[in-house]
Design a binder for this molecule. Structure first.
Ligand code: FES
Length: 139
């Protein structure tokens, strides 16, 4: 899976998940707060949800949103091992390809591929998450 830059994320053109509300040229994008991904009310404290979209280049992009008592976190859902998309399992993010496990708030590697030690992979990339007007934006 190709690596998506933050700029490419901002140029999302379509959405594959209904809650992924992206609009080209929106006032939010113009203000630099990023792409609208979800409603704030959709992510409650203790929840992690994964949203999938397509970049302007046609690549699939996953954004992991997690809300804890410490705040809202947004990560790139692309595993840093070989690029598979991670999935949410309880309070962790698990890669289906080789079993790596990541923290949904920091993106830190809790367990590497095939049982490799903690921090044996780079953490998942972080996005900046902003809430405004009842929606979550990532940049
Ligand atoms: S691609 Fe995720 S653990 Fe290998």
């Amino acid at each position: 899976m190709p690596k998506i830059t933050r700029r490419q994320l901002i140029t999302f053109a379509t959405a594959m998940v209904p809650a992924f509300l992206v609009r080209q040229g929106s006032s939010a994008q113009a203000a630099g707060i990023g792409v609208k991904v979800a409603k704030s009310a959709d992510i409650k404290v203790g929840q992690t949800k994964i949203y999938t979209g397509t970049s302007s280049s046609g690549a699939t992009v996953e954004v992991v949103l997690t809300r804890t008592k410490k705040g809202l976190f947004a990560l790139d859902g692309t595993c840093t091992h070989q690029g598979c998309g991670v999935g949410a399992q309880g309070t962790k993010l698990v890669c289906p390809c080789h079993g790596s496990v990541f923290a949904p708030d920091t993106g830190a590697c809790i367990m590497g591929p095939n049982g490799a030690p903690k921090n044996s992979l780079k953490p998942l990339s972080k996005y900046k998450a902003t809430e405004k007007g009842g929606f979550i934006y990532v940049a």
